[in-house]
Design a protein around this ligand. Structure first.
Ligand code: HEC
Length: 162
């Protein structure tokens, strides 16, 4: 191979490699772009869902029997929320009657308590209460609970004690 021939071959090779590099860069860009777009799309969807979610979730649990009769569907939602709060924040003690807690559905233990009226039960559940059998911590020890959640949980427990 003469020097001239070699030079021709070598510059051809360099040219081909340069072209391949350009092609690979383009391909990488296209692939990267697609992945990025997909990421942006999911992030956008999340942000939108966050922005349009309802300001407050409505829980309806009324102490008024007429209202309860009028809004059975809404009331069922309230009872659901009450059970949820009960399950997460109250069942630890009230499920099995731990530490003197009146057990869910134990009519004998709940009878005298029901007689105090719902307002007293709400106050005892929200503010805490030292009784003869034990100590009921404020909101079951879960300060993050809203008063209405605690009331709904009391309603749920009361409904099981009747
Ligand atoms: C750490 C245990 C514990 C947890 C958790 C707990 N309770 Fe209690 N609760 C008690 C005890 C103990 C009593 C009984 C006190 C007594 O009568 O001596 C009680 C009593 C009550 C009473 C009856 C009050 C009265 O006046 O007789 C209500 C209502 C009540 N709890 C609601 C709740 C609700 C609602 C939750 C969840 C948000 C909850 N409790 C979580 C221990 C607990």
């Amino acid at each position: 191979m003469s020097d001239r021939e070699f030079l021709k071959f070598f510059s051809g090779l360099i040219g081909a490699l340069a072209a391949l590099t350009v092609i690979l860069i383009i391909v990488a860009n296209v692939i990267g772009d697609k992945a990025k777009k997909a990421e942006v799309a999911t992030a956008d969807a999340k942000a939108v869902a966050e922005r349009i979610k309802p300001v407050g979730e409505l829980t309806v649990a009324s102490a008024n029997p007429v209202m309860n009769a009028l809004i059975p569907a809404a009331n069922a939602a309230g009872a659901d929320a009450g059970k949820k709060t009960y399950d997460t924040a109250c069942a630890a003690c009230h499920g099995a009657g731990v530490a003197g807690a009146p057990k869910l559905g134990d009519k004998a233990d709940w009878g005298a308590r029901l007689a105090q009226g719902n307002d007293t039960l709400y106050t005892h559940a929200i503010k805490g209460f030292q009784g003869k059998k034990g100590f009921m911590p404020a909101k079951g020890g879960n300060a993050a609970l809203k008063d209405d959640d605690v009331k709904a949980a009391v309603d749920f427990m009361v409904s099981k004690a009747k």
